[in-house]
Design a protein around this ligand. Structure first.
Ligand SMILES: [Zn+2]
Length: 151
C-alpha cells in the first residue's frame, strides 16, 4: 500500500474506510501510520463490539486515540463527496451486527463509489443474506445491475 500511494504521489490518506474488524482487513493500517508515517485525515468504520475483541483491533483503537480521533461510524444512506467521487453507504443498518466475532463480517461497511463515470461496489466480507438485500436495494435506488467481479 505504501508503494501504491507513493506511485501516485499521494501526500496523505484522505479517508481510510475500515469495513469491518477482521485483522486481514485492518492490520496493515498500523504499519502505514507507525512505520511509513502516512497521515490519515479521517477514518470511517463500522459499529462493532469486535473493535475491542482482538489485539490488532485494540491496537487500531489505540492508534486512533493517539492520532486524535476515534473514527466515525458510517450509516446506510449517507453520501460523501470526498476527492471528487461519490460514496453512497449501503450497510450496516443501525444497530445490526454490532456484536462480536460471529457478526463481524456482516457489519462490513458496504459502499457504492462513483468516480469518473465508473461505479464500483465495495462489499467488505458481507455474507450471502446481506449481499442479496444490498443487491435488491441497489436495484431500487440506481439503474444498475450488479455483476460479479472477474475471477
Ligand atoms: Zn472479514
Amino acid at each position: 500500500m505504501d508503494e501504491a500511494l507513493r506511485s501516485v504521489k499521494a501526500k496523505r490518506i484522505d479517508v481510510a474506510i475500515l469495513s469491518h474488524p477482521h485483522d486481514d482487513h485492518v492490520e496493515n493500517l498500523i504499519a502505514l501510520v507507525e512505520e511509513y508515517h502516512w497521515p490519515i485525515e479521517r477514518v470511517l468504520l463500522s459499529d462493532s463490539a469486535w473493535w475491542f475483541g482482538t489485539a490488532t483491533n485494540r491496537r487500531i483503537r489505540e492508534l486512533f486515540a493517539r492520532e486524535g480521533g476515534a473514527g466515525r461510524v458510517g450509516r446506510p444512506g449517507e453520501r460523501f463527496d470526498w476527492g471528487g467521487g461519490e460514496w453512497l453507504i449501503l450497510n450496516p443498518p443501525r444497530g445490526e451486527f454490532a456484536g462480536g466475532a460471529s457478526e463481524a463480517a456482516n457489519v462490513s461497511i458496504v459502499y457504492l463509489l462513483s468516480f469518473n463515470g465508473v461505479r464500483a461496489l465495495f462489499t467488505g466480507d458481507v455474507e450471502a443474506t446481506v449481499g442479496r438485500r444490498i443487491a435488491a436495494e441497489l436495484k431500487a435506488i440506481a439503474d444498475i445491475s450488479v455483476a460479479r467481479r472477474p475471477e
